[in-house]
Design a protein around this ligand. Structure first.
Ligand code: SF4
Length: 443
């Protein structure tokens, strides 16, 4: 092993493509900048999972940047527990794993906030003395520190005199979002979602709590005008913030010229796939076929579109309709990628099935170590704690319901034998855990 890997850790979603989409867009940008040997994303709710992403890279130096707007529950409890990290630096054999502060803690975000506010003030000509600003954070009652960045941002804006009133309110903590109508009295309210992506929180939950549709630029609520801004994380400057955090640990992350749109992907499984393709085989991965010249969907018709970049292919396979679990057997067909070089096959498959090839190669090489449900359960701090204690009937029902629609085989099942070998799944995914919990509660 050698080299540097950069991993962007986000939340992901089961209902909104944009939540992880903004992270993937940032990954695409950084790969094309050539700033690290391997660049990947990982998510709580989508693949590749926090707990599996370290298996997808081969570098000795790994830098993980949490794309969260606040330190707190996810960055202090979930990420370290899922990745077995012990602080800002974890040594594991030859490997050094660095965990940086969150995006929301970096000063660059201040200028994005300022820009959002300037846009609103100038566009609608809002006098400071008649305007209140509500910085809306996520917050969580499970970790009080989740409140700090939105609170600090509000304090900074208060000091800078941007508006007559500035408050911080939270989606999942106190003071809650509707309280803005009691805690302020200005006729104008600029509502600033301190979120990274235009996902379900920004599009549905926050507008609902404010009593607005969130679709217009200004709406009336009880005689007050509410101006709803874009979230803070959708700018191209997100990649600059990631690089600033990553460079703060002392590694260079210098841009270099990149020849191929398929460069900068995680490397695990690349060698095994190259070897398998060298002998002229056509391999099948779920709904995808690959040989040394082309990767294509197995149900293609003559109308198939040829894609040349990861962003185009990911959008086609993932977003219409949104598929939170990439390996469900409903990937849209009619696409192909002609390969400039056989090595690119790995990146194409990683684009549609993130994280799959690491497990596939581990199985091929006889070193796949399935993780029993008890182990997954042990590292949970939140809603999935004790999930292995669900009745075997519920566990089986969840396997039938979720894994039955997936191209992977849940090798973590006690009763799955080596004969059931297929595309392996090493550990229960978040969609399975959510479904099992729901079925358990409904019992
Ligand atoms: S737990 Fe089941 S549904 Fe989830 S990735 Fe594994 S096999 Fe697929």
């Amino acid at each position: 092993m050698s080299g540097i890997a950069l991993i962007l850790a986000g939340h992901g979603s089961h209902i909104s493509a944009n939540t992880a989409g903004v992270v993937w867009a940032c990954v695409d940008r950084l790969r094309q900048m050539g700033v690290a040997d391997e660049i990947n994303a990982c998510f709580w709710k989508e693949p590749p999972a926090f707990s599996q992403v370290l298996d997808t890279v081969e570098a000795d130096e790994v830098v993980i940047v949490p794309l969260f707007t606040a330190r707190g529950y996810f960055t202090q409890q979930v990420l370290p527990s899922e990745m077995e990290l012990y602080g800002p630096l974890t040594r594991r054999g030859e490997r050094r794993i660095h965990l940086t502060p969150t995006i929301g803690e970096h000063k660059i975000l201040d200028s994005i906030v300022d820009e959002r506010l300037r846009e609103a003030v100038l566009q609608f000509d809002l006098p400071a003395e008649e305007t209140a600003i509500a910085v809306i954070g996520h917050g969580t009652r499970r970790n009080r520190q989740s409140r700090d960045t939105a609170r600090d941002q509000a304090e900074r804006l208060r000091q800078a005199g941007y508006a007559g009133e500035v408050v911080a309110v939270y989606l999942d903590d106190e003071p809650d979002i509707p309280s803005v109508y009691q805690s302020t009295c200005s006729p104008n309210i600029i509502a600033l979602p301190y979120f990274l992506a235009d996902g379900s929180h920004v599009g549905i939950d926050v507008p609902r709590a404010l009593g607005i549709s969130g679709k217009g630029e200004a709406e009336s609520v009880n005689g007050r005008r509410v101006y709803y801004c874009d979230p803070v994380g959708v700018d191209a400057s997100l990649s600059e913030t990631v690089l600033a955090l990553a460079r703060d640990i002392g590694l260079p992350f210098e841009p270099k010229s990149v020849e191929s749109p398929w460069a900068g992907f995680p490397a695990a499984g690349r060698g095994a796939l190259r070897q398998a393709l060298e002998i002229g085989r056509t391999l099948r991965f779920g709904q995808v076929l690959v040989n040394s010249e082309r990767v294509w969907h197995r149900d293609n018709t003559k109308e198939s579109r040829s894609f040349a970049t990861p962003a185009e292919l990911r959008s086609h396979a993932r977003e219409n309709p949104f598929r939170p679990l990439s390996t469900t057997a409903d990937m849209p067909g009619n696409w192909l990628v002609d390969l400039d070089q056989p090595e690119d096959a790995h990146a194409v498959i990683e684009t549609v099935y993130p994280g799959l090839l690491a497990d596939w190669a581990a199985l091929e090489e006889g070193r796949l170590a399935p993780e029993p449900l008890e182990e997954v359960s042990k590292r949970q701090a939140g809603m999935f704690k004790g999930i292995h204690k669900l009745s075997s009937a519920v566990i089986k029902k969840a396997i039938d319901k979720v894994c039955g629609k997936c191209v992977r085989q849940p090798t973590w099942r006690h009763d799955l034998t080596a004969a059931d070998k297929g595309l392996p799944c090493r550990s229960a995914c978040n969609l399975w855990l959510s479904t099992a919990r729901y079925l358990g509660e409904a019992q």
